[in-house]
Design a protein around this ligand. Structure first.
Ligand SMILES: Nc1ccn([C@@H]2O[C@H](COP(=O)(O)OP(=O)(O)OP(=O)(O)O)[C@@H](O)[C@H]2O)c(=O)n1
Ligand SMILES: C[C@](O)(CO)[C@H](O)COP(=O)(O)O
Length: 231
């Protein structure tokens, strides 16, 4: 089956607070989204790239793609209001093919490694749905609504979610079809959608790494620059 990297870049980066969406800010020598495109463009096991971009930024991304001649980019789609709307735009684009794996990645995680992508693909090819995550070194508190501690979950069973999150087309399409019929639907990631609406579908964990950070706040740019320096 074809392996498609879906780069989610439809957000506006409110928490970063810059006029330009954070995926276009520069780390090291290139925009964040360019690091992410290249991680998949250069990867031998990725067949195709689908970029989901904020509707107001098509010209910026098209300029980048033609300047560097990224040959694997097949689609540039407009994202939606929520991350899940952007994922759905990609799922809909593959409706006619179906025989694909969709590997969803936050475009603002520019340092995803080749090892992570390899591990994700190898799990997909053995028929699994896949998430990338790392152990937590902090103890995590679960709170009540009034912000007192409700529970302290066993840390050995806790992981911090990263991306990629990857599924066969059929699995992710089925999960979103059910989700779209739920008027209370809300999700921060694609694993959450599969877990809630296809509870029998096991999602297997591939170990992420500390460099696979999500650029969210201004201070993350500094950490990103340090990671870029070491590459
Ligand atoms: N409607 C949206 C919202 C988010 N994303 C993408 O999902 C990834 C992770 O989201 P996040 O870090 O929350 O990005 P933003 O939504 O841009 O940030 P913020 O929440 O601070 O506005 C980003 O690559 C972002 O562009 C998307 O494709 N479509
Ligand atoms: C998918 C994700 O990156 C996993 O950590 C995260 O949930 C995205 O959340 P955000 O609210 O869009 O930052």
């Amino acid at each position: 089956m074809k392996k498609v990297a879906v780069l989610l870049a439809g957000g506006s980066g409110k928490r970063m607070g810059s006029a330009l969406p954070k995926q276009f800010l520069t780390i090291g020598d290139k925009p964040i989204i360019q690091h992410s495109i290249e991680a998949f463009e250069k990867h031998d096991n990725i067949d195709e790239i689908c970029i989901v971009i904020h509707a107001d930024y098509h010209s910026e991304i098209n300029e980048l793609i033609s300047k560097y001649n990224y040959s694997k980019v097949r689609y540039v789609l407009s994202g939606g209001k929520e991350r899940s709307d952007s994922s759905l735009a990609a799922i809909n684009a593959y409706e006619r093919e179906q025989n694909v794996y969709l590997i969803f990645h936050d475009a603002v995680r520019p340092f995803v490694s080749s090892r992570i992508i390899n591990d994700v693909i190898s799990e997909l090819q053995s028929g699994k749905s896949v998430a990338v995550a790392i152990p937590t070194t902090d103890t995590i508190f679960c709170l009540t609504q009034d912000e007192t501690i409700e529970s302290v979950p066993n840390r050995n069973l806790l992981r911090r979610a990263q991306t990629p999150q990857a599924f066969s087309y059929k699995v992710i399409k089925r999960a979103y079809d059910i989700a779209m019929a739920d008027e209370n639907f809300v999700a921060t990631d694609d694993c959450g959608v599969v877990l809630k609406y296809l509870p029998k579908e096991a999602i297997h964990i591939v170990e992420g790494d500390e460099s696979n950070i999500k650029i969210t706040f201004e201070q993350d740019l500094l950490q990103g620059a340090q990671i870029a320096d070491k590459k």
